[in-house]
Design a protein around this ligand. Structure first.
Ligand code: ZN
Length: 181
């Protein structure tokens, strides 16, 4: 009888040993997975908090013309937009949500009739959507925060990027930089 008890104790000890050696690594592995998902979530939060509103809410916030361009992917007539000829120093923000989009430092005269930039303020400020409307394949540029339609990006821009962000003035507001800075 004593023999059996010892065998059972030894088996139990062995089992406990195996569990102990396995569990820390398993635990740290799952911790690592949790850490990386948490980091990813934090990164996304830091990059951009998306704004989601119903179309009814947007209609209340935006003018009819802003709504037509920003929410229905319209285009303002060329050479008519308020920022086409704006040469002041500052930051262009989304007219719908205030997200910073383009710096005056990257604005240039493209001759297209729309404000044109060769780069957004950061890669996280805009998103890109393939647009196959009007029998063309174009890359639509939307505000990363509110999803509002801004314009399109083309590959015929100037150095250093070679990109032309062709943006509707009506999708933008302008924050003039304080003078003397
Ligand atoms: Zn926006």
């Amino acid at each position: 009888m004593k023999k059996y008890i010892w065998i059972i104790i030894l088996i139990a000890l062995g089992f406990a040993f195996v569990c102990n050696t396995n569990s820390p690594s398993a635990a740290s592995e799952s911790m690592a997975v949790n850490d990386s998902t948490q980091n990813k979530k934090t990164d996304e939060r830091e990059n951009m908090v998306e704004i989601k509103k119903s179309e009814e809410e947007w209609k209340k916030i935006l003018t009819p013309e802003q709504y037509r361009v920003l929410r229905e992917k319209g285009t303002e007539r060329p050479f008519t937009g308020k920022f086409y000829k704006n040469e002041e120093t500052g930051i262009y923000v989304c007219a719908a949500c205030g997200n910073e989009l383009f710096s005056s430092e990257t604005k240039y005269e493209s001759g297209s009739g729309w404000p044109s930039y060769w780069q957004p303020v950061s890669e996280n400020s805009v998103r890109y959507v393939t647009d196959t409307s009007h029998g063309m394949i174009r890359t639509e540029v939307v505000c990363a925060r509110c999803g509002g339609h801004l314009g399109h990006v083309f590959d015929d821009g100037p150095a250093p990027t070679g990109k032309r962000y062709c943006i509707n003035s009506i999708s933008l507001d302008f924050k003039k930089k304080d003078s003397g800075k």
